[in-house]
Design a protein around this ligand. Sequence first.
Ligand SMILES: Cc1cc2nc3c(=O)[nH]c(=O)nc-3n(C[C@H](O)[C@H](O)[C@H](O)COP(=O)(O)OP(=O)(O)OC[C@H]3O[C@@H](n4cnc5c(N)ncnc54)[C@H](O)[C@@H]3O)c2cc1C
Length: 439
Amino acid sequence: MTDTADRTKTSGDVVAEVKDWLAENWDPDLTVAEWWERLGTSGWAVPTWPSDWFGKDLNRADGVRVQQAIAEHGALPAPGGLGLMLAGPTIAVHGNDEQKQRYLLDIVTGQKAWCQLFSEPSAGSDLAGLNTRAIKDGEEWIVNGQKVWTSGGHVADLAMLIARTDPDQPKHAGITYFVIDMHQPGVEVVPLREMTGRSLFNEVFLSDARVPDDSAIGGLNNGWRVANTTLMFERTSLGAGGGSAAASLASPGTVAGDLDRRAGDFIASGGRRGGGGGTLFGASAKGLIQLAKGNGAVANPSIRQKLMVLHTIGELARMNNLRAKAAMAAGKDIPGLPNISKLLMSNTVRLSRDLGLEIAGGYGMLHAYEPEDRKVLDDATGLPYLSGITEMALFAQGPPIYGGTDQVQRNIIGERVLGLPKEPGFDKNTPFKDLPKNG
Ligand SMILES: Cc1cc2nc3c(=O)[nH]c(=O)nc-3n(C[C@H](O)[C@H](O)[C@H](O)COP(=O)(O)OP(=O)(O)OC[C@H]3O[C@@H](n4cnc5c(N)ncnc54)[C@H](O)[C@@H]3O)c2cc1C
């Protein structure tokens, strides 16, 4: 979040400091809530944030070293999720001091979980076409509308909400970005079951839901700008593999039920309850090489060739991320890089899906829909991680869509980076209320 690194400290000093702190403070018998409280208030949960706001002013490279030191020590990592990945950084950029005080501490200590109420049934790629309406009522806003594909909505305490506050303005101009409390009668969360068997995302119905006026982030009718900050953090993070990197072993927030559990149990069990066999295998060549060696598929030259392609794309993605981090650390920006990183991630996921299924052969047609069946499947087929591979294969359609589809990333690169002509559109200056609507 900051590039104002403390230049007087070397990376070695930072690592030594966090190691000393861990030796004194990590205690597996603490509850998750107690441990995250210690970690968050010490500044080590998000050390790249400013020291005034629960960080340590470290540069990104040192931030990664701190994460590694925490993992090597065998301590529970910082809380993951959309609070830390999207809401916190956005509030740090656009929020006022009172809002930072109100929201950031609960994010770094994992006390509250967040979700992102952006997409609607008729506003995904065309996000600025959203219909959810917020109408002022004294010191509050009354919100009505429907959101969809809300990841983690069923376990969220708070949400980043974008709603239309002035339909007389053109569609990008009359939107405001709010923080909304998910625990209120006007918010109904309905889980959607995916083809993996999991319910990652939800529909969210807002019926006379209320948000206080002082929870508007970045000012009235300035929500498009604020939402774009969130989307920028999302693309950067997803392109860097942040979808999983941001996920801690335990879940933040009051609903998931992990806060009262013993922190050390998450380390010992490798995390999630439910006794899964293979974890989500991840889109890495390393894992698939291991699998292909295990069942002899590595002898197939075609599979070896594809593993090499996957490895090469992975290395390109890694180098792009290093470029992005170096540019950010120098206060610079490489236009289009987050979009290119996200496209690379989509390619990696698709290739991993195809290759994983090819290596698994006929067994790839079997899938464990319930978490408790995953280990059974792996054991029965003798293929460790098979359940992770089929889950990844079924989920592989998601990453090229969320955070902006591949086509949308290409549009952005074409129009904003390469300067190609913009898509024809009559809707840029027309008041939103006068635009034709579907249905
Ligand atoms: C796993 C997953 C998790 C998600 N989590 C969240 C979440 O937590 N919160 C949230 O708000 N949303 C979330 N989303 C929603 C996601 O952001 C949208 O699905 C995405 O923006 C696409 O919108 P859409 O589904 O309405 O598709 P549409 O916008 O209807 O697009 C349909 C197709 O048309 C193409 N298309 C659309 N416009 C253009 C154009 N101008 N040029 C070229 N092609 C175009 C698209 O690329 C796509 O192929 C999630 C989605 C997935 C899959």
